[in-house]
Design a protein around this ligand. Structure first.
Ligand SMILES: Cc1ncc(COP(=O)(O)O)c(C=O)c1O
Length: 407
């Protein structure tokens, strides 16, 4: 069998909408992008959406819009993709890397509280909804992430690259923080090939992001060429960027948006299969899902292979690959990346949970096209490599073992 790590699902109106764009005679940003923005904002319950050509672009526009500048400090979890941190450097500001919770890979309110105590002068946080599960935005009778940030006057930029569609309580991610950024990269929960979306409820942030998305020009290019009352004249009010989403990509996005819940439910089916089949493996910690499964986008299903297992993480990956199963790692933490390690003199000792995750983490295939036969093969292969293959000195570590997923 050959089970790829990820596979895009094209089951809806993608070809039809692309065809409409091709026949329209206008391939870059126009009515499809506009419609995608409107429907996406509506889906997540935000006032404004700005379609861009990557989540990295959205994050860049977000830090720019909230006014991050040279010397400012921004909290960033160390367990993330490099884009979450690099946009802070684009502005000449400094990321302050923080640890995450073992089991969820998320920044918890208590981790944030400690970071705010140690760095009272931070301007913002880039909060990653790791794997597609929402961080604890609100706590009944206590302080959730939103409360803590408001209390300390810290702006919240949510990196929701993994988190569409994701809910916290009965609200979608995209309706909480100051600005939320989504990714539609090829392997994401919905895709446009390359693409991203910035959403916000703040009109000033939206207007700023919209202007900076297109060279700092004060009107949309497509309006310049297509409006009946069109005029040749435009003004440049800032040295902006070239981050707009072409209609060809937006056409795919519109079709994928229609399928978003169907695709999410397909990934949930995979996660439930893994929980059912793998929860008895004592050499493996499964991810913790603290909320209803329906609230999780299930973008990534990360296991942690415990140090007591008889195969190392790297050996496991190699052997899975030899058996035809593609797996991946999310992530080598940023504090281990040469640039950040050297520039900020980072010491792994300050990130014990991310270290524990990093040393054993492996992500299994999870996508709606992965059916029972494939899931069975993945689980059989995992069990073959990890079941009853513990080191002889291993004894059950129930006390230190993370809780298994609770619905
Ligand atoms: C957590 C996180 N943030 C940001 C990004 C960047 O997304 P994009 O490739 O759309 O720029 C990714 C991409 O994998 C990601 O995983």
């Amino acid at each position: 069998m050959n089970i790829p790590f990820s596979k895009v699902s094209i089951t809806g109106n993608e070809s039809k909408y692309i065809d409409e764009v091709l026949k329209s005679g206008w391939l870059t940003t126009a009515s499809k992008a506009l419609k995608f923005e409107q429907l996406f904002a509506q889906y997540v319950g935000a006032k404004y959406a700005c379609a861009v050509n990557s989540c990295t672009a959205a994050l860049h526009l977000a830090v720019e819009a909230i006014g991050i500048g040279p010397g400012d400090k921004v909290l960033v979890p160390t367990l993330t993709f490099t884009a979450s941190a690099e946009v802070v450097r684009y502005m000449g500001a400094d990321p302050i890397f923080i640890d995450v919770e073992y089991g969820t890979g998320l920044v918890s309110p208590s981790i944030l509280k400690k970071a705010l105590r140690e760095h009272p002068d931070v301007k913002a946080i880039i909060l990653v909804h790791y794997a597609g599960q929402a961080a604890e935005m609100k706590v009944t009778g206590g302080e959730g992430i939103i409360d803590l940030c408001r209390k300390h006057n810290v702006k919240i930029i949510e990196d929701a690259a993994h988190a569409f569609p994701t809910k916290f309580g009965d609200q979608f991610i995209g309706s909480f923080g100051d600005i939320t950024c989504f990714s539609f990269y090829a392997n994401k929960t919905i895709t446009t090939g390359e693409g991203g979306m910035l959403v916000t409820n703040d009109e000033a942030f939206y207007k700023r992001a919209k202007t900076m998305r297109l060279h700092g020009i004060n009107r949309d290019i497509w309006d310049r060429f297509t409006s009946v009352k069109s005029s040749w004249e435009y003004d440049v009010v800032e040295p902006g960027f070239k981050y707009n989403m072409p209609d060809l990509n937006a056409a795919i996005g519109l079709a994928q948006l229609e399928q978003a819940e169907y695709l999410r439910a397909g990934r949930q089916r995979c996660a439930e299969y893994y929980f059912r089949e793998l929860s008895d493996l004592i050499a493996v910690d499964l991810p913790i899902c603290y909320g209803p499964y329906e609230n999780h986008s299930w973008h990534i299903f990360p296991l942690v292979i415990c140090p007591e297992a008889s195969v190392s993480r790297n050996e496991f990956i190699e052997r899975m690959s030899n058996e035809g199963v593609g797996v991946s790692v999310h992530y080598k933490p940023i504090h281990r990346m040469t640039y950040y390690k050297q520039a900020y003199k980072l010491d792994p000792i300050n990130y014990p949970n991310a270290e524990k995750i990093w040393k054993g983490t492996v992500s299994l295939p999870i996508y709606s096209d992965l059916k029972e036969e494939g899931l069975r093969y993945v689980c059989q292969t995992v069990k073959l490599l990890l079941d009853k293959r513990l080191n002889y000195f291993f004894f059950p570590k129930e006390a230190s073992r993370v809780q298994l997923s609770t619905k």
